[in-house]
Design a binder for this molecule. Structure first.
Ligand SMILES: *Cc1c(COP(=O)(O)O)cnc(C)c1O
Length: 222
């Protein structure tokens, strides 16, 4: 299939899952271009998708140099090292991987405007995954109260690659319930209405469980 056909297929799958779940809110398809060429990223953008994601500072810089349309919104989805914050933070619309206070402090120093951030949560507890635990979410968000450059718009997670469907439903639902609990705190700096969850193999289930941003790479480019 062509990239345009893949995009259409993923969008149809998202629409069907939204309908199945009786959802009326929106789901943003974020195209993850990290393993793909500039030409492939341009082909994705040509289909009308405006949300593009990279997971490394160099990859972001390379894609942004080539794709300059002002409507594009760039998402950073990888682990962000402190020393790379300066290079990245004023070039993105969303950070999906805020997971520690030292990173928040560096963002506070380097950002020229408030940054829309997702807190990355390791819902499954896999040792190999980054992210804070579910129990750490509220204390961590409360510790961000005085940061003027951080706006917590939601929570993000990555599911284990070997999780079965039932497990995926459980993990995604846990993140949704935590998102709801944080939203109920009514913190001005942490509205926390969004859920960034779902990748190529599990975005349909993530949408059924309330994802508002899905991060899809492989399924768009295969
Ligand atoms: C690579 C990546 C994705 C996309 O993964 P695919 O399986 O290619 O869809 C999504 N989120 C994060 C954080 C990633 O690193």
């Amino acid at each position: 299939m062509t990239i345009a056909e893949n995009v259409q297929h993923v969008q149809q799958t998202i629409a069907a899952a939204r309908a199945e779940a009786g959802r009326t809110d929106t789901v943003t398809l974020v195209a993850v271009t990290k393993y793909h060429t500039i030409a492939e990223a341009q082909a994705v953008a040509a289909t009308g998708l405006v949300d593009l994601a990279e997971n490394r500072p160099d990859g972001l810089a390379e894609k942004q140099a080539a794709l300059t349309a002002p409507e594009l919104k760039w998402h950073f989805i990888g682990n962000l090292q402190k020393r790379k914050v300066k290079q990245v933070i004023n070039k993105i619309a969303y950070l999906h991987s805020l997971d520690r206070l030292s990173l928040a402090e560096e963002i506070e120093k380097r950002a020229e405007r408030p940054i829309d951030c997702f807190i990355e949560v390791n819902v499954s507890g896999e040792a190999s995954k980054s992210g804070i635990t579910l129990a750490e979410v509220e204390p961590f968000i409360k510790s961000l109260a005085d940061f003027k450059k951080i706006r917590v718009i939601g929570l993000m997670t990555m599911a284990p690659i070997d999780a079965d469907e039932a497990t995926l439903h459980v993990l995604f639902k846990k993140l949704r319930l935590k998102r709801d609990a944080v939203a109920q705190l009514n913190l001005a700096y942490a509205p926390c209405h969004e859920l960034s969850m779902g990748m190529s193999r599990d975005y349909r289930i993530a949408v059924l469980e309330g994802a508002t941003f899905v991060r899809v790479g492989t399924a768009l480019f295969q």
